[in-house]
Design a binder for this molecule. Structure first.
Ligand SMILES: Cc1cc2nc3c(=O)[nH]c(=O)nc-3n(C[C@H](O)[C@H](O)[C@H](O)COP(=O)(O)OP(=O)(O)OC[C@H]3O[C@@H](n4cnc5c(N)ncnc54)[C@H](O)[C@@H]3O)c2cc1C
Length: 526
């Protein structure tokens, strides 16, 4: 996310920009978050008021201007188990609400409200009456993280940024002690080539130390990884009209409605030295921990059988030098490193503040250019799909009729594509069979799988199913049925022969099995 944000920030200032990503857009941490555009209520307890305010301003900007189709308000309940806790939580939430109103954005959320046990139960019938003494109701926002990252990348590309995925920086090009570009490896062609640049920005999250080492940095790691796991359970497993946030021993528990299901997160555990950073997975221990935390508050306990699938990610946390600090107490604030001329690295922060991080990184890069470069303007640049969304939303019944789709399906499409629903319309007009669902019972169209490859930069099945459609992270088969259905559609666009298609599907099936714990042999659709 931060790299795409920096590309947009820089190209919008008139700079010439190339972005390389070793895997897919958002394949790192940015498709694995809790999907909240939030200020972080718990940072108030750590008295990080400026961080909370900054993130709430970004939340407001995203909601109101930058990506109203991908970001939406969500009501939350914060239940408490002791009566005395309610005024304490209520005052924190009121402060949170006040901070969101300082500045130009974010004043659109309903006011928080303190509720007694019966009022809370009316909103969330599955809360356990024996456990709760009341709750505080407030609003925050949900964001489709990976889709949003892709929207930022498309917006940057629209302004002239060059973007290459499956392209890994293998070393930095150095002239004397100045970084002057990077040698990259193209995974698809197998070729290496050089890209010259006046400044290189490394926005490589949990891989930051790898890049700093390429520049000769030694010593203690600057970034630590902390694993966070989410479980996905069916919509029927929890009866509640609002999301729920509750305390846990190490951080907070979220129960979040998502695409007719619930996300249950998250854990906060330091990564071992030997982990595979690109493929974080939930362990049995992670799953049991989350079920136990959720069941503290739920009258109908969740069981292992409720877990459809899981996903995990590593937070890039700035190391504070104190090795025995539990990672949960480290600040989410970002840091900029300037290890040598020509190289700027940025890491830390959180998804919500990507735009601020990107602007800071580009400011640091601009300091190294002997040029008059304007300031960041990204607070004024609506992302692809945002412009015209409000009008399309008003006309959604008419659009549903034009597309020949149910209203509910059209609303979901608008929430994913914004005004770029026009691209779906174009595809369906050419081939009406693309109006059909990719797999029965899930609200994703065949046209969306095609669009992922034609317009959204997807180069593999994981790109299509996990980060464009998101179905791979939502279903009990880990997206396998959808992958089987999508393969011929995607193969036709990306020019895969039968062997390549079968290899892609096999690789996807292995990832899906690792996520869900169930192994099925994939069958390629005709
Ligand atoms: C479980 C969990 C829940 C979270 N929930 C939230 C939330 O609700 N709200 C919120 O605001 N934040 C949340 N966060 C934090 C947020 O997700 C991260 O801070 C953010 O996504 C990090 O973005 P990034 O761009 O720095 O890193 P990444 O998304 O990891 O991007 C770094 C990219 O660099 C690429 N890369 C690395 N090395 C190279 C190389 N040599 N060559 C080319 N490319 C390379 C990687 O492939 C990767 O795609 C959460 C994090 C976790 C783990």
């Amino acid at each position: 996310m931060v790299g795409c944000g920096a590309a947009l920030d820089a190209v919008a200032r008139g700079l010439s920009v190339g972005l390389v990503e070793q895997s897919d857009l958002a394949a790192g941490t940015s498709s694995r978050s809790s999907r909240l555009a939030h200020g972080g209520l718990r940072y108030l307890e750590q008295r990080e008021f400026h961080l909370v305010r900054e993130a709430l301003t970004e939340r407001g900007l995203l909601l109101d201007r930058l990506a109203p189709h991908l970001v939406r308000p969500v009501p939350f309940l914060f239940p408490v188990s002791k009566r005395w806790e309610r005024p304490y939580v209520a005052s924190g939430v009121r402060l949170y609400d006040m901070l969101s109103k300082v500045g130009a954005y974010g004043g659109t959320m309903p006011r928080p409200k303190s509720l007694n046990r019966d009022e809370a139960k009316a909103l969330a019938p599955d809360l356990d009456s024996g456990e709760i003494a009341g709750a505080v109701r407030f609003h925050d926002a949900q964001i489709d993280d990976a889709r949003h990252t892709v929207a930022v990348a498309r917006t940057a590309a629209g302004l002239g940024a060059h973007i290459a995925t499956r392209t890994r920086v293998v070393r930095l090009l150095v002239d004397g002690d100045v970084v002057v570009g990077a040698r990259v490896h193209d995974d698809l062609s197998g070729e290496d080539y050089d890209i010259r640049a006046r400044v290189v920005i490394a926005a490589t999250g949990i891989w930051t130390d790898e890049v700093l080492r390429m520049a000769g940095a030694t010593g203690e790691p600057r970034v630590r990884q902390s694993k966070g796991v989410h479980l996905v359970v069916p919509g029927s497993a929890i009866r509640s009209t609002t999301a729920i946030i509750a305390r846990t021993p190490t951080s907070v528990l979220f129960l979040l409605p998502w695409a007719g299901k619930w996300l249950v997160g998250t854990t906060d555990t330091p990564a071992d030295d030997e982990v595979d950073l690109a493929h974080p997975m939930a362990t049995d221990e992670d799953i049991d921990y989350l079920l136990a935390q959720a069941n503290r508050w739920l009258a109908r306990p969740l069981t292992r059988a409720d877990v459809l699938t899981t996903y995990a990610g590593y937070r890039p946390l700035i190391a504070e030098g104190e090795d025995d600090d539990p990672t949960a107490t480290l600040s989410r604030e970002h840091a900029i490193f300037r290890p040598c001329p020509g190289l700027v690295a940025i890491a830390g922060g959180k998804y919500t503040t990507y735009r601020v991080m990107a602007a800071d990184a580009v400011d640091a890069a601009v300091e190294q250019l002997d040029a008059d470069v304007p300031e960041s303007t990204t607070s004024d640049i609506p992302l692809v799909g945002a412009e015209g969304f409000a009008g399309d939303w008003q006309r959604r019944s008419a659009i549903a009729e034009e597309l020949g789709l149910p209203l509910e399906m059209t609303e979901r499409l608008l929430r994913r594509h914004g005004s770029r629903i026009s691209e779906i319309r174009g595809l369906i007009a050419e081939d009406p069979s693309l109006r059909e669902q990719l797999v029965e019972g899930e609200p994703y169209l065949r046209a969306e799988a095609v669009l992922a490859a034609t317009h959204q930069g997807a180069l593999g099945l994981g790109d299509v199913l996990d980060r464009r459609l998101r179905i791979g992270l939502e279903t009990a088969d880990g997206g396998l049925a959808a992958a089987q259905a999508a393969t011929p559609l995607v193969a036709a666009i990306l020019d895969w022969d039968a062997d390549r298609a079968s290899d892609e599907l096999q690789a996807y099936a292995e990832e899906a099995a690792a996520r869900t714990g169930s192994v099925t042999d994939p069958v390629l659709a005709e």
